[in-house]
Design a protein around this ligand. Structure first.
Ligand code: SF4
Length: 334
């Protein structure tokens, strides 16, 4: 079959959701196609997943596109993983501009999020799929966690000393085994300061009830949109969990509040608008009865000596941090 026909068919099957016709035509890979790739790869073992990418996806992508190049690299990494060879890419993300003062780990959103609830309507991680490298990194990391976690452990050992690590920028703890794996790594590097966000509240509570500890260098933000949010007892149980050093596990809530978007730009530009922050504070006060810190959106300039999301909580009261969302639409896995 002609390459052009293949490309046309793929685009017909997974059309862009962009309503702007010209932009839609230019879009090579739609969010639905990303879901298709993610769900098909996760069904397979690394080597068969690599074969599937080469046979089912690559022939239908323009050869010179960055999606073709990065998905080809993903297939090479999956082969390397299966054969126990060295990976040619990194597991942990580092901000190339040095602007974000942390390294981070991401996995596939939704597929690793057993606690996801209404957050799927506005999850920012899907927006990142407009770019190929965050997507392929998430696919690879999810496969590594499932089939070859030793690669992650190896790179963890070589992280620089005394840095901040954001554990799960995208994705979440998907099982008790994954949680145990990460907490063992945290304990092995007490010099690292690790923090994250989670909606997998049931896993944390079960971990606590089973008498398993939480490392002293890990701080958790409870993010809104969890399916456990409205169920009685979950939030209280989470707030009370203590770490191995006697400190609180949970720093506070990190919530998304719906705001009136009139006159407010979308994306990161909104953080520069005073009216946006005013609306966020008002919406959070109404919903949570507490004035929040409206997230400034730039972690390198977060107010205070350190990033607010990674601070330890020293008192029973939880600190609220909020971001504003307007619009958003749920996407489905294929
Ligand atoms: S509150 Fe600060 S550390 Fe947390 S996400 Fe916003 S800018 Fe980053």
């Amino acid at each position: 079959m002609q390459r052009r026909t293949r490309i046309r068919r793929l685009k017909r099957r997974f059309p862009s959701r962009n309503k702007n016709k010209r932009a839609g035509e230019k879009t090579i890979v739609s969010r639905d196609l990303c879901h298709h790739i993610a769900s098909e790869v996760l069904k397979r073992k690394p080597q068969t997943a690599a074969k599937w990418i080469r046979a089912a996806i690559l022939p239908a992508l323009p050869k010179r596109s960055n999606w073709h190049r990065e998905l080809r690299k993903l297939a090479v990494s999956l082969d390397a993983m299966a054969l126990g060879k060295k990976l040619t890419c990194r597991v942990f993300g580092h901000d190339g501009n040095g602007k974000l003062p942390f390294v981070f780990f991401s996995a596939l959103p939704q597929y690793t999020c057993p606690g996801a609830g209404e957050c799927l309507d506005w999850c920012y991680s899907f927006t990142g799929w407009r770019h190929v490298s965050p997507f392929t990194r998430q696919v690879l990391n999810t496969m590594l966690l499932k089939h070859a976690p030793e690669y992650i452990a190896e790179e963890w050992k070589s992280l620089p000393n005394d840095i901040e690590v954001r554990l799960y920028v995208d994705g979440d703890f998907d099982s008790a085994e994954t949680m145990e794996f990460w907490f063992d790594l945290c304990r092995a590097r007490p010099d690292l300061h690790i923090y994250g966000y989670s909606k997998s509240w049931a896993l944390f509570i079960e971990h606590d009830r089973n008498g398993n500890g939480f490392p002293s260098n890990y701080v958790l933000n409870l993010s809104s949109g969890s399916k456990y949010e409205g169920i009685q007892g979950y939030a209280d149980a989470m707030e009370g969990i203590k770490r191995e050093d006697g400190g609180y596990l949970v720093r506070g809530y990190f919530v998304a509040v719906h705001i009136n978007g009139k006159g407010i730009p979308r994306g990161i530009k909104r953080y520069t608008v005073a009216e946006y922050h005013k609306r966020v504070r008002e919406a959070a006060r109404e919903e949570y009865g507490q004035t929040p810190l409206s997230c400034p959106g730039d972690c390198s300039n977060c107010p205070g000596a350190r990033q607010q999301c990674g601070l330890d909580r020293n008192e029973p009261k939880m600190v609220l941090i909020a971001i504003g969302v307007h619009g958003g639409k749920r996407t489905k896995a294929t």
